[in-house]
Design a protein around this ligand. Structure first.
Ligand code: A3P
Ligand code: MG
Ligand code: MG
Ligand code: MG
Length: 339
């Protein structure tokens, strides 16, 4: 089955959302940032990006069967304190949609924006098709002026069949910054600029010597156990220091061979969400990489909004995976026996 139509719509949606995010990151106001109930930050760009992606997908595709699992919801924007923020989001969404000739004819009202955001309340699951969106992945990186991604995947019968990843701050070449990665199941992974240069096919590294490998992890120590990654890297013989960057830009970078390994070990009790991995997973898998939990099980995106994992997520190429899994198991055992 081909998902060409869905892929074209997804690339459009994510590119437009990236335009909105870039505009906000350039001139970020204190008033644009809020705290969610779990204390994590959210900005007008997270909401705006979600509204734009949702709006474009629904315009381009059959909106009757549309299902979207997305990170943000409009709860806080519907409160009295959210009024000003909502106004600002509406303006951003309308400017962004108008900047693309095809969508600008009927401006969105506040209610339209809220509805577009809330169309992301689907629970996903094992049957039918569901879009999976992280409107800004790496909000903390976004706020620092660092890496972030707009990550959109499509599930069909519980499997990820499309992954589109916009990384506005990731270098494309020596001259150009901003990458769009995309993959369709069975079709490989491609990278192009955010303004649609000719796509090139990308592949993970074919390195088989861990001593030459470098590894990615979260910039934020709160998101991943840096000590554990160091232990694993040491066991494996990795010499280079960790490369710490925010967001699924790590999956994008890995898919083109920038690094060889990505290690992610959340603190105890944290549950990973599907929108933090769906698009990145396919981008790496179609580029020849392997993504699994710490026990070597494939990720299961069919269980609803969360991923059920053993300990963490590890990513590398096929040659390095056996040695990596061994180092991970040994390190986890050591950690458990030292407690
Ligand atoms: N305590 C925690 N442990 C692990 N991941 C966390 C976390 N708190 C937030 N996250 C997730 O980590 C994501 C960012 O990943 P990274 O560290 O690779 O940049 C966040 O995505 P958002 O920025 O979309 O909220 C969020 O979903
Ligand atoms: Mg968030
Ligand atoms: Mg995220
Ligand atoms: Mg997010």
């Amino acid at each position: 089955m081909s998902y060409d139509k869905e892929l074209a719509a997804a690339k459009n949606a994510v590119s437009l959302a990236a335009r909105l995010c870039q505009k906000v990151q350039k001139a970020l106001l204190q008033a644009d940032v809020q705290s969610k109930s779990d204390k994590s930050p959210v900005t007008v760009a997270d909401y705006g990006s979600q509204a734009v992606v949702s709006a474009v997908l629904q315009k381009e595709l059959d909106s009757a069967s549309f299902s979207l699992v997305a990170e943000e919801d409009s709860g806080d924007l519907r409160k009295e304190e959210g009024k000003e923020t909502l106004q600002r989001i509406m303006k951003l969404v309308n400017e962004t949609l108008a900047s693309d000739g095809t969508y600008g004819n009927a401006p969105f009202s506040e209610e339209d924006v809220l509805a577009a955001i809330d169309s992301g309340r689907s629970e996903g699951g094992p049957s039918g098709q569901h879009w999976v969106l992280d409107p800004i992945d790496g909000t903390k990186g976004f706020l620092r002026g660092d890496q972030y991604a707009i990550a959109l995947g499509l599930l069909d019968e519980g499997k990820v069949v499309l992954g589109v990843l916009a990384c506005p701050n990731l270098p494309l070449s020596q001259e150009k910054v901003g990458c769009l990665f995309y993959a369709q199941v069975g079709g490989g992974t491609y990278m192009q600029s955010l303004d649609s240069s000719t796509p090139i096919k990308v592949h993970v590294t074919d390195l088989d010597n861990p001593e030459e490998a470098s590894f990615f992890e979260s910039f934020e120590a709160a998101h991943s156990l840096h000590d554990l990654s160091s232990l694993i890297a040491k066991k494996l013989g990795v010499k280079a220091p960790p490369v710490r960057i925010d967001s699924q830009a790590k999956y994008g970078a890995l898919s083109r061979g920038d690094g060889a390994i990505y290690l992610r070990f959340p603190h105890k009790g944290y549950r990973e969400k599907i929108w933090d991995h769906a698009a990145g997973y396919l981008v790496v898998a179609e580029a020849g990489g392997v993504v699994s939990d710490a026990a070597g099980n494939p990720l299961d995106f069919s269980k609803g909004r969360y991923l059920d994992l053993h300990e963490g997520i590890i990513v590398t190429n096929q040659k390095l995976m056996p040695a990596l899994l061994k180092a991970v198991k040994e390190s986890l055992n050591e950690k458990a026996s030292s407690l």
